[in-house]
Design a protein around this ligand. Structure first.
Ligand code: HEC
Ligand code: HEC
Length: 354
């Protein structure tokens, strides 16, 4: 998974010198706020093709990948509502609730590691998890998933068309197709992007003040790069930071910010306690509620919480409003989706009595 998290720890431990350390570590270039690139990175072993993207979209929308046929990827990451469900925590099969809030899938293709705790290196690795997760989609095994798909002739044909050969329908290829579709879920042309490309009027004066403030206050020491989720690092090497850094903040108790230990819950290592992969700011105005436990309802409050927990600063009302105006200028164009027609099994249902 991640081989080198030195930089992130260095930054995380020093609150005051956060900008200076960050600047030293990556140079001023990496700290720059950048427009969203036209294309996300694509791994060499999973090139994009129109047919693969179409197959991935079918699988993404298909509730038959869940044990009782009720939950698809789109249930929790609804591409009609900004790639998330806007719930504090998501609801999976049989009404079960998980412990974390669903992040948006939009622009996830730009993240250098997936999940709040960065435990999956790639979109391909990530896509294999929820289908088998007992509280998300609840399938008992990869074999059970493949068994269902093998009973749907349209899928058998589509996998053969996309991946070739008679061993085309595999769990790895399912993940590859879903990841390919996710690489199309990007949101270009936010007011910020247009401003950065030279349209001076694309952002309001208030948003421009907010843009300056996030640098002056120190937010962009962590939220930088094209996705405002940290510098572009090699795939799998997530950009981790400690949260909360100021553990004496009154918000910690109020919003139960230390009930989950983040990366430590995966590795068990002491030094990973409360380390989280920095989340994106893109479309953050539309993805409330906020934080890994979905405990904060408004963006204004999320900004106040961040300033206090990460930078030990309390912002004035006007400063919060200016920063929120800037964050709103990061809402991009959501790509319109057409619903796929899912292949059907012939004369039978693949979802049994559950
Ligand atoms: C029951 C709700 C649910 C379902 C179904 C679900 N997810 Fe998620 N997803 C979540 C939650 C909650 C997280 C965050 C979990 C964590 O970080 O520990 C997440 C995280 C992710 C991420 C990481 C994004 C980031 O910012 O790190 C991606 C990508 C993703 N899911 C894609 C998918 C795909 C693809 C499917 C279908 C194969 C899927 N999800 C099914 C709830 C769901
Ligand atoms: C030391 C690094 C660091 C600094 C500085 C920082 N953040 Fe964050 N930010 C994070 C991390 C890590 C998280 C994820 C916290 C979690 O686990 O929920 C986060 C989460 C957020 C979220 C919630 C995102 C979501 O999808 O729920 C917002 C909004 C945000 N930060 C804004 C800001 C603002 C505004 C500032 C400056 C006032 C700031 N951050 C400063 C590291 C940082």
């Amino acid at each position: 998974m991640r081989k080198n998290r030195m930089f992130s720890r260095e930054v995380g431990k020093s609150v005051i010198g956060v900008m200076a350390v960050a600047a030293l570590a990556w140079g001023s270039q990496a700290l720059a706020m950048e427009p969203l690139p036209a294309q996300p990175p694509v791994p060499a072993d999973n090139p994009l093709s129109a047919a693969k993207i179409e197959l991935g979209k079918m699988l993404y929308f298909d509730p038959r990948l869940s044990i009782d046929g009720t939950v698809s990827c789109n249930s929790c990451h609804n591409v009609m509502t900004n790639g998330t469900d806007n719930r504090p925590v998501s609801v999976g099969v049989k009404g079960q609730k998980g412990g974390r809030s669903a992040p948006t899938v939009f622009n996830a293709a730009f993240l250098s590691a997936q999940f709040w705790d960065g435990r999956a290196a790639t979109l391909e690795d990530q896509a294999k998890g929820p289908i088998l997760n007992p509280i998300e989609m609840g399938m008992p095994s990869e074999a059970a998933v493949l068994d269902r798909l093998n009973n749907i002739p349209g899928y058998v044909a589509k996998f053969a068309e996309v991946f070739g050969g008679d061993k085309a329908l595999t769990y790895d290829n399912l993940a590859k197709a879903i990841a390919a579709y996710e690489r199309t879920l990007i949101t270009p042309n936010s007011p910020f992007d247009r401003y950065k490309r030279g349209d001076e009027n694309a952002m309001s004066e208030q948003a421009k003040r907010g843009m300056k403030l996030v640098e002056e206050v120190g937010c962009t020491a962590c939220h930088n790069g094209p996705n405002f989720a940290g510098p572009a690092l090699p795939t799998g090497q997530g950009f981790f930071q400690k949260f909360p850094t100021n553990q004496n903040s009154g918000y910690v108790k109020k919003y139960d910010l230390m009930g989950d230990t983040g990366l430590h819950s995966v590795t068990g290592k002491d030094e990973d306690k409360f380390m989280w992969r920095v989340p994106t700011w893109r479309n953050v105005a539309l993805t409330a509620p906020y934080f890994h436990n979905g405990s904060v309802k408004t963006l204004e409050e999320a900004v106040r919480v961040m300033a206090d927990t990460q930078l030990n600063k309390s912002l004035s009302k006007k400063e919060v409003a200016d920063i929120v105006a800037f964050l709103n200028a990061l809402t991009g164009e959501i790509p319109a989706q057409t619903l796929p027609v899912l292949p059907q099994p012939v004369n039978m249902s693949v979802v049994g009595d559950q």
